[in-house]
Ligand binder design. Structure first.
Ligand code: CAA
Length: 387
């Protein structure tokens, strides 16, 4: 039975920071950020964009293409949760007018949350082939002004529709998972920014990649050359390059060239947006699909990593006509609409967004018409409005 990704929607807020300007402000050689880290820009969320609003906006990118009456499951993966109890998905369900019969909840395991949702959705659709599942990953990556992780921030969401007649990527059975209780990156309840052991986190990421990729190939009886491309969780694009270098080590020049070319295509959107945590792997996938010129049936490997740490490798084959389901112009327009902010402006907006607005204060958004935003709390209840 075929189960896979039928639709992909992407959203990112309407402001960005330029990495050369950030480097200059931090007295760093710009090439460290551009080449050493591999980022050009990062999207910036102001006080009116949060995980919920971005999740709604990402899903709205394709909602008109689907039969929303068939949605039986809505899973929201995030590590930028807005409530300790109520699921972010309930706000989304209301905004999108989904049926009350929909099963819906939030999941968390750092950047692995969206992949966890996909695996739950795969099982759900297998049991209910006449229904579909919406899976959203939405996050704001925050390390803090003038920290080592600052250059690896970002904001955005990816929304996926999983169905038994997928029009984009047909998922293969099986997966290889690996987990361990470690402290490479975490965010305690009393902190609005992440805590991180940066160098250690990159080492664990690579160790987990080696482990899951080798185990997956063994499980399936496949070799590296069987993959047309591999997409990676991209906290910053140099991280994925290091994993891709491991994947191609010892392979023929043809295989290496194929996987390097695919990686270059897959990193383009992340270079512009930055880390979006749960959605980052799927932003790489979207970038690859839009820029990779892949043939139908191409085998794509996916490496998901969530700090703490949990990793999984799985794969899918491209469905004939997948390009018809994409909207590269719309995605480019989403990036092009972003306003450039100076470094002092970024610092002000960033720090303001860390604080909760006073209850009763109504926030207004400078977004475009149709975009959903967080409008503050009334009696401590979060309010979401459409511009
Ligand atoms: N020109 C070109 N390259 C330069 C350069 C220059 N002038 N100056 C430095 N570089 C290179 C360095 O050689 C280095 O390259 P390699 O990694 O290939 O050796 C690179 O720039 C980074 O420089 P540093 O090693 O000095 O890095 P740093 O101390 O500034 O920290 C970081 C980098 C650890 C990634 C930090 O930004 C960080 O902590 N980020 C957040 C954590 C993170 O994203 N971890 C990823 C794995 S965890 C995960 O994936 C989950 C998640 O989403 C967070």
């Amino acid at each position: 039975m075929s189960i896979g990704i039928d639709q992909i929607g992407f959203f990112t807020p309407n402001k960005y920071v330029d990495m050369v300007e950030l480097a200059e402000a931090r007295n760093v050689d710009p090439n460290k950020y551009l080449i050493g880290i591999g980022q050009k820009r990062m999207s910036l969320a102001d006080s009116t964009q949060d995980a919920v609003s971005m999740g709604i906006n990402g899903t709205l990118r394709y909602l008109d293409n689907i039969d929303s009456a068939k949605v039986g499951l809505l899973v929201f993966g995030t590590e930028s949760s807005v409530d300790q109890s109520k699921s972010a998905s309930l706000f989304v369900k209301k905004a999108l007018n989904l049926a009350p019969e929909v099963r819906t909840f939030e999941v968390k395991e750092a950047c692995f949350g969206l992949t966890a949702g996909i695996m739950i959705a795969r099982d759900f659709v297998r049991a209910h082939p006449d229904q579909t599942a919406l899976v959203i990953g939405s996050d704001i990556a925050r390390y803090g002004v003038a920290t080592a992780g600052e250059v690896t921030q970002g904001a955005g969401s990816i929304s996926l529709l999983i169905s038994s007649s997928p029009r984009i990527l047909d998922l293969n059975d099986g997966h290889s998972a690996w987990s361990d209780d470690i402290n490479d990156f975490w965010r305690p309840n009393d902190s609005a920014v992440a805590m991180v052991d940066g160098k250690y986190s990159t080492q664990v990421y690579l160790d987990f990649f080696k482990h899951t990729f080798a185990a997956y190939k063994e499980q399936k009886g496949w070799n590296t050359q069987d993959f047309s491309s591999i997409v990676y969780h991209l906290p910053f694009t140099k991280m994925g390059k290091k994993a891709n270098d491991l994947a191609i080590a010892g392979e023929s020049p043809e295989v290496a060239e194929k996987l390097v070319k695919a990686f270059e295509a897959s990193k383009q959107l992340s270079m512009e947006v930055g880390n979006i945590y749960t959605g980052s792997l799927y932003l790489s996938l979207l970038s690859l699909l839009e820029r990779g010129e892949l043939e139908p049936n191409s085998l794509i490997g996916l490496f998901s990593y969530g700090s703490g740490a949990m990793a999984e490798f799985y794969s899918g084959n491209l469905v004939d006509g997948y390009q018809d389901q994409l909207n590269p112009r719309g995605d480019q327009a989403l990036l092009d609409r972003r306003k450039h902010v100076t470094i002092p402006e970024y610092e002000t907006i960033f720090n303001a967004a860390l604080a909760n607005p006073t209850d009763g204060e109504v926030l207004t958004s400078d977004e475009e018409t149709g975009v959903w935003y967080f409008a503050g709390t009334q009696n401590h209840i979060r309010q979401y409005r459409q511009k």
